[in-house]
Design a protein around this ligand. Structure first.
Ligand code: NAD
Ligand code: MG
Length: 391
């Protein structure tokens, strides 16, 4: 029997940075949340440990080779174990789930999110790539099935937190803050030989490898601009980016009278995760509080799009529309993969992405199948590009 006082949560990608922090939030609020589903791709050991602690109904291990390992460990606890991509898309439909937290990385989030929405589940969305790839289809489905897409990304959570009480008041624009990443202030010449080790060192946040590289290349901010378009129904010209290295203001909304609202706090992803899971309530927390006197200089600067070309590419994709952001995303996923395998240089990532945007066939009003095909085509082209470059 379900406890009506509690929310039943499925966490897709529970072993990652967002997933583990979400479980910390749930651990601290056991009277409010029940873990119904946990999933991971490869980290079977941590998935088992989490399942033993939180006793979900079901776990899914993506990597089929690890199935028997997980199954063997969890059978005595009466926890059902499934494996593979298809299982991920079907477990989100389970009747008891109220909210699906999409904490998995990349394009892999799209299909399970669509299944969850069609099954009437609210989405706590960390997986920004889902909205980048197919924001039109996903937001239309959410409206049709009357489910909320609650942002977990800190910038979008900030904007979302600025909106209650505004009723029909229109947003003039939003200002997304960017930390600038580990290479802030550097020019192209400085970036020619940067290594993955340097790129993986983010000054303010500890995150998964893909988003950390995206933060260093400013692609993360580009993906967030596109994510914001779909979450808040804005045009490209209504979305500004400002570099704010202290990451205290998480983003801002400017209204039509010129007034600006900001949401602030110490950088801690548990806060936006908790806000999305508990929405519309704010839960009490004992996370460290921000002290203004410790930060006498909050600073703001223009992003350097000459050096960090990815941000301009994302705006181009947004303005062009159709399947262009899907191309951008797939090319970026391969570019990051190649950079992490030392196959291409840091500055080659935007070149590879631009090439894919120029070459993959442009579709003005794509269907879901078109998006799936675009993703496949772009990955193939991106892989070939890197091979040519390296040889
Ligand atoms: P991560 O790499 O730390 O974790 C990813 C999780 O997804 C792991 O549990 C992994 O097992 C699972 N996974 C990986 N590939 C998968 C696949 N193909 N199919 C199914 N599951 C798969 O990543 P993260 O940093 O937690 O980021 C997750 C998402 O949240 C990303 O979309 C990221 O952009 C977004 N996000 C993260 C942060 C952050 O602070 N980490 C902040 C904002 C948004
Ligand atoms: Mg963010």
């Amino acid at each position: 029997m379900k406890d009506p006082q509690k929310k039943y949560i499925a966490i897709l990608g529970s072993t990652g940075s967002i997933g583990t922090q979400a479980l910390e939030v749930i651990r601290n609020n056991k009277d409010r949340f029940v873990v119904e589903v946990l999933t991971a791709e490869n980290n079977a050991a941590l998935l088992i440990e989490q399942a033993v602690e939180f006793r979900p109904n079901v776990v899914v291990i993506g990597n089929e080779g690890l199935y028997s390992n997980v199954q063997h460990a969890l059978e005595p606890l009466d926890i059902k174990v499934y494996c593979g991509v298809k299982a991920l898309a079907s477990v989100v439909e389970m009747e008891d789930i109220d909210v699906v937290l999409t904490a998995l990385v990349g394009y892999a989030g799209l299909i399970p999110t669509i299944h969850a929405i069609k099954a009437g589940k609210h989405i706590a969305l960390a997986n920004k790539e889902t909205l980048v790839v197919a924001g039109d289809i996903v937001t239309a489905l959410a409206r049709q099935h009357r489910v909320a897409i609650l942002p977990v990304d800190s910038e979008h959570s900030a904007i979302f937190q600025c909106l209650p009480g505004e009723g029909m008041n229109e947003i003039e624009k939003i200002i997304l803050t960017a930390s600038g990443g580990p290479f802030r202030g550097m020019k192209r010449a400085d970036l020619e030989h940067v290594t993955k080790k340097q790129a993986l060192k983010h000054p303010n946040w500890s995150m998964g490898a893909k988003i950390t590289i995206d933060s260093a290349s400013l692609m993360n901010k580009g993906l967030e601009v596109i994510e914001a378009k779909w979450l808040f129904g804005l045009e490209a010209d209504q979305i500004d980016v400002v570099v704010h290295p202290q990451s205290i203001i998480h983003s801002m909304v400017q209204f039509q009278d010129g007034s600006i609202k900001a949401q602030m706090g110490l950088p801690d992803m548990k806060l936006p995760i908790q806000y999305a899971l508990a929405f519309p309530e704010r839960l009490k927390s004992d996370y460290p509080r921000f002290d203004f006197t410790q930060y006498p200089a909050l600073t703001f600067d223009k992003p350097d799009t000459e050096t960090f070309h990815n941000l301009s590419l994302a705006y181009d994709a947004l303005r062009k529309g159709g399947n262009m952001a899907c191309i951008l995303n797939a090319a970026n996923e391969i570019a990051v993969e190649k950079f992490l395998q030392d196959e291409i240089a840091f500055l080659e990532m935007p070149d590879l992405i631009a090439e894919c945007m120029a070459k993959v066939p442009y579709i003005v009003v794509p269907t879901l199948d078109d998006y799936i095909q675009t993703d496949t085509q772009t990955r193939a082209l991106a892989r070939a590009y890197t091979q040519v470059k390296v040889k």
